[in-house]
Write a protein that binds this ligand. Sequence first.
Ligand code: NAP
Ligand code: MG
Length: 493
Amino acid sequence: MPTFEYAPAPESRAVVTIEKSYGLFIDGTFTRPKALFDTINPADESVLAQVTQAGPRDVDKAVAAARRAFDGEWGALSGAERGKYLFRIARILQERAREFAVLETLDNGKPIKETRDVDVPVAAAHFFYHAGWADKLEHAGLTPSGGPLPRPHGVVAQVIPWNFPLLMLAWKIAPALATGNTVVLKPAETTPLSALLFAQVCQQAGLPAGVVNILTGDGRTGQALVEHPDVDKIAFTGSTEVGKAIARSIAGTTKKATLELGGKAANVVFDDAPIDQAIEGIVNGIFFNQGQVCCAGSRLLVQENVHDQVVAKLKRRLETLRVGDPLDKNSDLGAINSRAQLERITRLVDIGVAQGAQRWSPECSLPATGFWFPPTVLTGVAQTHRVATEEIFGPVLSVLTFRTPAEAVAKANNTPYGLSAGVWTEKGSRILWMADQLKAGVVWANTFNRFDPTSPFGGYKESGYGREGGRQGLAAYVTTSPRTPSSTTGDTR
Ligand code: NAP
Ligand code: MG
């Protein structure tokens, strides 16, 4: 495959100021940078900045700051006052949207049209949505009427992955603050910069010191944070493997946890589906964010009698996708987030071919430096193939067929995961039947990858437990047990 040199437009970088090095954000201020590691632009492997590897003593300091804020000024605020801070943060995110979009694209490798149109506006929407809940929690149906008022847990440890750095931060911090908790958040090692810019937003919004603390670092920082004895609740998004390790580590403690883990979603296309519309949904389902999406429609289940037609149309559509400079607003696919992720994708696709799948990619020239993988379709995939069962987390679609609706359900559910699914058919009754049968937290009908703060998101089985977003997402951040003599702060009214 031919390659080209990648050179991002200098004017795009000028939109955002990136410091040479960053400290940690603890108790409302940035610490002195130390124990530095690089964060790079995966599109060209250039170093963007150096960030601090937080150690156990930094974790202690951040958790102590969050505890002081919870026991002090923040815990004493009314819901209406907390809501004002969330509204302010939401508005600042909108005002600084371009900065966030460019920074996220540089640090993550995803196309600017996605950060501009999805990541940043939906992150702001989460703060707006949760701002509205802050003074209405007693009406959220979290407790029976006349029961105890919902109260915050206290200090929440939040650990997020690299695929939607700002959006996952918003999914975590907005409900935690709306319900009156305080936060220590660790972004992923490869994408720390938008969380550090968000720390500046907290300062700009005048958020009281210690309410939000940001610790950069690798898995060791995450582990020290979730294992800290003064943490009351953990909210984790990431791999099933690390999620299980966290669940084991908190067994026997009083810590609460929500785990948002991996997925292997089926996107089911029936022969009566509007095929052209379905093709767009299939493309969006697996190539959005280079397929590095926990709810990606990575298994296409297509009814046998339309298989050839769907695959032919899909290939024609993929010929039109543009892979390249993530800062170019015409790019449909950007870079893979890291070398390790690129190697994982490459390995699994090779295994798929070795097990008998046919591999196809459109002609496209990939940049000579950076981490790139072409949009890829694997046909002839059997249920026993590893590419049909394991999460690839890349721009790779595995195509399987079915004959009857019952077979579609059986194949769709034949996975340890249960995060999301898609159904494409003209029949409303079939959509309802399928939604009932599919063991998935989210089922999209004649669409895919739609996100809205009002809609709860989460998984079954090895995709984790707990919901984020919507009224249900608030439940994870409050306790409804009767007040004990020691729990005197944090009334959510
Ligand atoms: P990961 O390795 O589990 O990492 C997630 C986060 O946990 C990162 O911040 C990571 O730090 C940290 N971490 C690593 N080891 C830890 C430990 N022992 N204790 C505490 N924290 C630890 O996952 P990933 O590779 O970044 O993300 C991809 C996975 O996330 C996929 O499986 C995907 O499906 C899942 N995901 C799920 C959702 C969802 O909503 N269900 C959303 C997005 C992604 P480092 O960055 O330093 O490794
Ligand atoms: Mg990076």
